[in-house]
Design a protein around this ligand. Sequence first.
Ligand SMILES: NC(=O)c1ccc[n+]([C@@H]2O[C@H](COP(=O)([O-])OP(=O)(O)OC[C@H]3O[C@@H](n4cnc5c(N)ncnc54)[C@H](O)[C@@H]3O)[C@@H](O)[C@H]2O)c1
Length: 261
Amino acid sequence: MYTPNAGELALITGAGTGIGRAIAIRFSELGASVIVTDLNLESARETVSLLANPTGNQTHEAIALDVTKKAEVHKVMSYVGETYGSLNILMNNAGVSTMQKLENLTEEEWDFNFNVNMKGMFLVTQAAIPLMKKKGGRIVNTASMAAVKAAPLLVHYSASKFAVVGFTKAAAIELAPYQITVNCVCPGFVKTSMQDREVVWEAELRNMTPQEVSQGYIDLTPLGRLCYPEDVADVVGYLISPQAKFVTGEAMNIAGGANIV
Ligand SMILES: NC(=O)c1ccc[n+]([C@@H]2O[C@H](COP(=O)([O-])OP(=O)(O)OC[C@H]3O[C@@H](n4cnc5c(N)ncnc54)[C@H](O)[C@@H]3O)[C@@H](O)[C@H]2O)c1
């Protein structure tokens, strides 16, 4: 089996389900040991139970982590430092969404989206730098199609994900001297629990049925189907591979053409 990341340690946020879970599985298949973190410890444990160990030497573990809580973030990074010494791969994946017309959007919704999607990414990345500077490494951030193409009813989410792209590019320049690459992925309409919630909200806001909304996503996608978490894991697997060692500051679309502008 091809295990280019054998001997490496990866930490991933929001990996109890959906895209994060698929990426954690892919990291393990590529030979890395994976620290699976999520707000929900039970779901993180479930993800760990699905991880592979093709090298026979991988150790995976689940840790509860709310990326918006600075003290928790630092506690987890201290533990990683004490236990493993360094970190090779950081996947900032935790994210939330809500859907609302701009004129009805509340300050709470704004703060909720920005706190998880952007501030959490800042807190986790900053705390990981000392562990990654030692040997160099890869940081991959989950942005969104809404970070590339304007997304109505998602003004706040879209703004937070545009911020992820800006953060990724600036961090890529700052961390390049340490041979740490920083890239982000921009998935399209991905079939996860987040999408299941959004379809219902959008149906209500647009006076449609959830089935019509879902079909609309497919109609907006030139390659003619929804995106799956594994489609995203394929690209993230490339970004942590030896072949991507000279790629940094990129925002890679994984949307079947839905975000061609
Ligand atoms: N589903 C899509 O269509 C889509 C498209 C583009 C981008 N994304 C992005 O992909 C990422 C994953 O989304 P998904 O579709 O798998 O969603 P999901 O809701 O299925 O999974 C998100 C995970 O993040 C965790 N989480 C939420 N808040 C957290 C916090 N404060 N700290 C730590 N973990 C937290 C949740 O417990 C959950 O396990 C998000 O950043 C999302 O914005 C999703």
